[in-house]
Design a protein around this ligand. Sequence first.
Ligand SMILES: [Zn+2]
Length: 97
Amino acid sequence: MTDPNPLYGDACEDCGTYDVLPESALRDGAHGITAGYRCPNCRHTWTCGWQIVPGRAIPPEPTADSPLFDRDVTAQVHEQSAINRARKHLSREDGTA
Ligand SMILES: [Zn+2]
C-alpha cells in the first residue's frame, strides 16, 4: 500500500498550493507532532497537528539559531505545541481525557 501523504504535506489555505511540506516539527506527546509550514508561493505560514503515522519521516526539530528554519514558522510551532500540551494537561486534570 502506498502512503498518499508520506511527508505530512498540507495545503496552503491562502493561495491553494497543494503538498506544501513541513519545514519543521516538534513532537507532541508520544503519538503526535505539531508541524510548521511556509508556503513557497505566498509565504503564508501555519501549523498543523498530526498523529504520527508509522513509516513516515518526521520533520526536523527547529533550532532557534539555524538559518534553515524560518523564524515565524519556528515561533508558531513552539506556540502551538505549548498550547497542545496545556490542553492535554487541563483535560487530564478534570478527567475528560
Ligand atoms: Zn500560499
